[in-house]
Design a protein around this ligand. Structure first.
Ligand SMILES: C/C(=C\CNc1ncnc2c1ncn2[C@@H]1O[C@H](COP(=O)(O)O)[C@@H](O)[C@H]1O)CO
Length: 229
């Protein structure tokens, strides 16, 4: 099965004769993604986190619980549709009667879509898929994770910091996990003038599922009152 990697590698090799066709394939993936986002009939949160945590682990169970709180608040839960935190969040949302959405990705070592998604789409390209996490969401909750999770966290933060999207809440779940990163951001990035204090204020840190949900839901309600949601 094609995993999109061949197309990405071809684009980067700059084989110009193939570019127009390749770009139109990518455009059609964006369009299919936007159409799927339109099917989400309520406000949504995008939840990111490790693909590797297992059922029963603290991170998995907190993600499941957090997604359930969002579902009970009337929010859809959007994830990458894979295993680990993605599965936990889709599962928690489904168990609480919410709308559970998975934007999966074709990978060389296929993991497949987890069985807890009501709406789903599988992408070939990370960049089209990442746009849908942002397009769909009123905020972001990020659980402990590795490179993929950090990529999604900093994508959201950069879009907010540069004003490409509104100032949506970004919640880091698990104080202990994120503390060293936040300390480094303050001690080095801020100290050396590479970010501003207001940039750091974009991040909210919590260990509490209800607080994570309240942060996103209350900001959404404020935007509704202002007429900007
Ligand atoms: C490596 C494993 C599974 C890979 N399958 C994935 N399926 C869907 N989405 C994924 C997968 N791996 C990473 N992602 C995305 O990145 C985030 C997690 O990455 P991390 O490096 O594990 O932090 C996640 O939010 C996904 O969107 C398990 O064997």
């Amino acid at each position: 099965m094609s995993n999109g990697g061949e197309l990405d590698r071809r684009l980067l090799r700059r084989r110009h004769e193939a570019l127009a066709n390749d770009v139109s394939l990518i455009a059609s993936e964006f369009l299919a993604g936007f159409q799927k986002v339109r099917e989400i009939d309520r406000p949504a949160v995008s939840i990111f986190g490790s693909a590797r945590v297992l059922e029963g682990s603290a991170v998995y169970e907190r993600a499941r619980e957090t997604a359930a709180v969002f579902a009970r608040a009337g929010f859809a839960v959007v994830t990458g549709g894979g295993p680990g935190v993605m599965e936990a969040a889709n599962r928690g949302c489904r168990e609480a009667g919410g709308l559970s959405v998975g934007f999966n990705i074709e990978l060389p070592h296929e993991q497949g879509l987890n069985p807890y998604c009501d709406l789903s789409l599988t992408f070939k390209h990370f960049y089209a898929r990442k746009t849908m996490f942002v397009k769909a969401a009123e905020g972001f909750v990020i659980f402990p994770g590795g490179f993929g999770t950090l990529d999604e966290l900093f994508e959201a933060l950069t879009l907010i910091q540069t004003g490409k999207i509104g100032s949506f809440p970004v919640v880091l779940f698990d104080r202990g996990y994120w503390a060293p990163m936040l300390e480094w951001i303050r001690a080095r990035m801020l100290e050396e003038g590479l970010v501003s204090a207001v940039d750091i204020e974009l991040l909210h840190v919590t260990d509490d599922p209800a607080e994570a949900a309240d942060c996103v839901v209350s900001r959404y309600e404020d935007r509704l009152d202002e007429g900007s949601a």
